[in-house]
Write a protein of this length. Structure first.
Length: 703
């Protein structure tokens, strides 16, 4: 009934929608107009996809669809970080819709009414519904719940029916995409020639000597790099220097840290509250009323971890005692009162590996048992239990090594609980345990514990007071007001001994400034309101005030010289060093002579089993050009020319080569190539279509 319950929870959302509607009615229709400053200037276009303009309103509708789906699945309103993810999902959904719509139409792909009915109530129920409508007793899909839900739609309100219509559309869109991807995947084919090449690459072996000369063997001072060199390199390698909309910022941070007076005030307050907690007879009510922390009154069951600040400071915890105040790692002060300490229901901890047998006949169950017994034997012989669980486990615990956490006997089915609680020590249970769910291999990790605590907690945050915040804001505001341009920004910061921090190459969609989190408003200012040289007003971030200076702004395209200088300088310098090294060794006849020319900087090694399919040269690193050149040599003793790789210059000498032998059947290589291509095809087609659609994203102006 989970999905039905969640749909009923939509009542609260309906009230929210009505409230938003009233706000729009009161403030007027201009709020969403193209001229609304709220929407980022004189245009409400958030982007372009396949030549089609995407208006703000359409994007907002898609965001609302994804948001509603989130609320239905989680039962709560998304947080701001989650809204960021939702906006990204909505944008990607729009791209997929726009990009693939024509593809589906041209191929004649459709979802018929009969197919949709089959997906939501027939023999092939979609996975999303199966996961939502599960019988908690069996862990299996419950068709009765689905029928009840579908029948309830007849009397449901328009909002619930609209939600279900949206879900059906999502199911249909997902099925269309599956059809399209399957069509692509099954269109891949590898020829015999491709298979032969794969066989050759995998089985050709060379014995080779190679000398490696890293670029640092030539001092930087011996190579001159000019701006003209850099510009020529950037122009020739534009693909390496593509940039999105970006900006360079300088900024000054005014930290919001508690002062000594703030700390003294909090210590005084927590000390008073601790004494009152010690004296009160209503621990839970006092803690709930006075604590700023979560869970001010909590029962800690056997196996639960007690608060670290309590266990680190108290050796023996006694019922009725009050402990603290202590300072925590979260910069809070906390005190505890042990309301009760007693023996509760025993709980223990174990891990398991489930081999499921639901719905299987006796013969199939016997095969599952045999498989489980084989794995149990491997574990007894030394196979790591967590590794085995992740490989063979058939429930959600497989992802965490089979760990079930702490549990009481009544939490599990009888056969499982009896086996675990009958053990007298931790370790592997050396027989399979059969339950209604299948066969279990069980490893007991903690013996039963019964000690239970009820603890009242009073916690106060050590943060800046209003006085401290006001002082910091006044300083930031005075600095911003007196800094009208970049020159004044710099001189005023130096005069006040404020540290100027640089943030270069900030993307238009970035949310942070270096380690300053949630700085989106600063970045929106830089791209929407500021001109180069502008100084911002005061921005309030999570734990600081920030004043920024826009140093530079760059359009999407090829990086400017200033933007690319560092990366381009490295590349150009290495090219010149490679040329210098090649010139120096051009007349040398042996690898030993080349090695000696560069003394300790160069290395000479032998690789007796170099594979043609390799891309890494042992002792050197990523060197695909060198490996290709090596296998291009014809005769033993032949040397390659100097090869410029990203890591340095390589010269190799072929000692011998063992070519791949002929095989009678290359079908296994064909199948391998086809399978690998099929796995990549859908993704590569998606990337290609997005590229052809020339997606332009202007959402940074709005969010």
């Amino acid at each position: 009934m989970a999905l039905i319950k969640k749909i009923r929870q939509r009542t609260g959302l309906a009230i929210g929608v009505i409230a938003v509607g009233l706000i729009f009615f009161l403030v007027g229709g201009d709020i969403l107009s193209p001229n609304s400053t709220l929407l980022g200037g004189n245009s409400n276009e958030v982007g372009e996809i396949a030549g089609e303009s995407i208006p703000y309103e359409e994007y907002i509708r898609k965001i609302e669809e994804v948001k509603i789906s989130f609320q239905q699945n989680t039962g709560r309103t998304p947080s701001e970080p989650e809204m960021y993810s939702i906006r990204e999902q909505a944008w990607q959904a729009l791209i997929v819709e726009k990009v693939f719509k024509n593809q589906y139409e041209e191929l004649g792909l459709t979802i018929s009414d009969a197919e949709l009915v089959d997906m939501v109530q027939g023999e092939n129920i979609v996975a999303e519904l199966r996961q939502q409508l599960v019988n908690p007793a069996t862990g299996e899909f419950d068709r009765t719940q689905l029928i009840t839900f579908l029948q309830s739609l007849e009397d449901a309100g328009p909002e619930q029916r609209a939600f279900w219509a949206q879900q059906e559309k999502l199911f249909a869109d997902a099925r269309l995409r599956i059809k399209y991807d399957n069509l692509l995947a099954t269109s891949d084919y590898a020829t015999t020639a491709e298979a032969k090449l794969q066989h050759k690459s995998s089985n050709s072996i060379a014995d080779v000597d190679h000398v490696f000369i890293p670029f640092y063997a030539v001092p930087d001072s011996e190579v001159e790099v000019t701006d003209a060199d850099l510009k020529a390199y950037i122009s020739k390698h534009k693909d390496k220097f593509k940039v999105s909309n970006s900006a360079d910022l300088d900024y000054v941070v005014f930290e919001l840290l508690p002062s000594a007076e703030d700390s003294a005030e909090v210590i005084s307050e927590i000390t008073t509250l601790t004494e009152e907690l010690r004296a009160t007879e209503t621990d839970s009510a006092f803690a709930i009323r006075n604590s700023e922390g979560e869970n001010p009154f909590r029962t800690y069951l056997p196996g639960d971890n007690l608060p670290e600040s309590l266990t680190l400071n108290v050796d023996e915890i006694v019922a009725g005692e009050t402990y603290g105040p202590f300072i925590t790692s979260r910069s809070t002060y906390v005190s505890y009162k042990i309301n009760a300490k007693y023996d509760g229901i025993a709980r223990m901890r174990a891990s398991h590996i489930l081999f499921g047998t639901n719905g299987l006949e006796d013969e199939a169950k016997s095969e599952v048992r045999a498989n489980a017994e084989e794995v149990l034997k491997d574990i007894q012989e030394g196979l790591n239990f967590a590794t085995a669980a992740s490989q063979y486990g058939q429930d959600g615990t497989a992802q965490r090594g089979g760990d079930l956490g702490w549990f009481a006997k009544e939490d599990f089915v009888t056969e499982f609980a009896d086996a675990v609680f009958a053990t007298r020590s931790t370790g592997l249970i050396n027989t399979l345990v059969e339950t209604e769910y299948g066969f279990h291999i069980i490893n007991v990790t903690e013996m039963p514990k019964t000690e239970t605590f009820k603890i009242a907690t009073v916690e106060l945050e050590l943060g800046p007071s209003d006085v401290t915040r006001n002082d910091a804001f006044r300083n930031a505001d005075a600095f911003a007001a007196s800094s009208g341009n970049s020159s004044e920004f710099k001189s005023n910061a130096e005069a006040s001994n404020y540290r100027i921090i640089q943030a270069n190459g900030i993307d238009a969609f970035a949310r942070n400034l270096n380690n300053q989190a949630n700085a989106r408003e600063v970045i929106r200012w830089a791209f929407n309101d500021a001109s180069v040289g502008s100084v911002s007003q005061v921005f309030e971030l999570d734990n600081s005030y920030v004043v920024a200076n826009l140093k530079g702004k760059y359009e999407e395209g090829t990086a400017s010289l200033d933007q690319a200088r560092v990366q381009a300088t490295i590349q150009v310098r290495n090219e010149k060093k490679a040329a210098k090294i090649s010139e120096q060794i051009k007349d040398m006849k042996t690898l030993e002579e080349i090695k000696a020319a560069f003394d300790e900087a160069a290395s000479l090694d032998n690789t007796p089993d170099l594979n043609l399919s390799s891309s890494v040269l042992p002792g050197v690193g990523f060197a695909p050009k060198a490996i290709g050149a090596i296998f291009g040599l014809k005769n033993s003793g032949e040397m390659t020319k100097p090869i410029h790789e990203d890591v340095g210059v390589i010269v190799a000498k072929l000692n011998s080569i063992t070519p791949a032998g002929e095989v009678a059947d290359y079908s296994s290589y064909q199948n391998q190539i086809t399978q690998n291509n099929s796995q990549r095809t859908a993704y590569m087609i998606m990337m290609a279509l997005e590229d052809l659609a020339k997606v332009k994203d202007y959402r940074y102006k709005f969010f």
